[in-house]
Design a protein around this ligand. Sequence first.
Ligand code: UGA
Length: 443
Amino acid sequence: MKITIIGTGYVGLVSGAVFADWGHNVVCLDVDKKKVDNINNGIMPIYEEGLEELVKKVSGEKRFIATTDYRSAVEHGELIFICVGTPSNQAGAANLDYVFSASESIGKYTPEDDYKVVITKSTVPVGTHNKVREHIKIGAGDKKIKFDVASNPEFLREGTSIYDANNTDRVVIGSDSEKALSVLEDLYKHLDSPIVKTDLASAELIKYAANSFLATKISFINEISQICERTGADVKSVALGMGLDQRIGSRFLNAGIGYGGSCFPKDVEALYRTSSEYFYDFRLLRGVMDANERQRDYFVDKVFRKYGSNLSELNFGVLGSAFKNGTDDTRKSVAIAVIRVLRGAGANIKLYDPAALENSKKELGDDNIEYMNSSEEVFDKSDSVFILTEWPEFANLDYKDLVEKMNSKVIFDGRNLLDPLEMKKLGVEYYGVGRKEDADDTH
Ligand code: UGA
């Protein structure tokens, strides 16, 4: 099939490369010329495991090219996927400007006698498809064009997105056109995954419902971690015991400093807003958002309880600034938020992250922060070390030696990567999230 992808962010670039790898002919469009040139030269705008190799492979096989030329890109695709960003606007709603301008360009450059299936992969609020249709027509002007719209939400996770795109639990396609549904079904036949065929509104809502449910699961276990701290229970044991019930499942039950990233915070808020717009007060989601903020504040409060509110004499080592492991992405990273608070209270920070240092520098600048080349350096003469991102390698450091390099052996583990008892044996004052044997016994 001839496929056009509009937008070369995580979703667009990964989907484009994966479709090309399935044997399709893919053109990826982006308005950013530098980005496009880089992609064509094998330099990826994002860090994603296996992406560079895959793009080089499919480009070499002449089945993948990036371009800034809208006309040729739109002419090329029988299927045109809109994969542009939908950042939150100031009021917390999804900003759809990029989606609508892409729709207008599709209308503008679709030749009169051609038929296109225009698919939104970007996460868009329920009802957006109607507006996409309208904007395509606006772009087409007086020209008569044939097209159908469809919704095909994306469920890939950053860090494992190529694997996810090839092994998704399900494919969701929504449309009011049988023809569009069957073209998309043909495309996804390549996978063994079940295909949910539905109407447009349901497809759009599935994405928000799924992300909000996962965020709810995280906030739920974070709330349980609070009860653990107050009752002497251990959140890891509780999560294990809960998660083995197959109706609950063990994934997304890791308590920590809260969820971040470019998806959950934005999508939970947007679903809450959508429900308000339809005069429904989705109170559970309000609670999910509140719990997420409180979880971060509570973690930081532990630091203030130990050191007081002025941290200016203190040197803190920080492991991790990405919003989760496996990515260089720091958007809405809770780790970054925590670092800002610590630095705001005067602490000197030494930061290491295996992938996100460059993005962290852009967000945090150089004031009171040194960027280190290894985990080990973070421990040198530190008064305290903070684990803020769940990179597995942080669990496997040689803590016995490393804590000896610290001014005082204090670890705040915001991701529960370490064993509190092991730390105790090493003489470490250990603060986790909802762990038994936590050094903070103010409850
Ligand atoms: C999320 C969804 O998992 C994907 O299915 C979806 O496609 C994607 O959003 C999207 O909408 O594009 P992603 O944001 O890449 O994927 O990351 P997750 O792995 O879901 O993690 C989100 C946040 O939750 C991270 O900050 C992570 O640290 C946190 N988290 C996750 C926890 O605090 N505890 C957990 O048990 C799991």
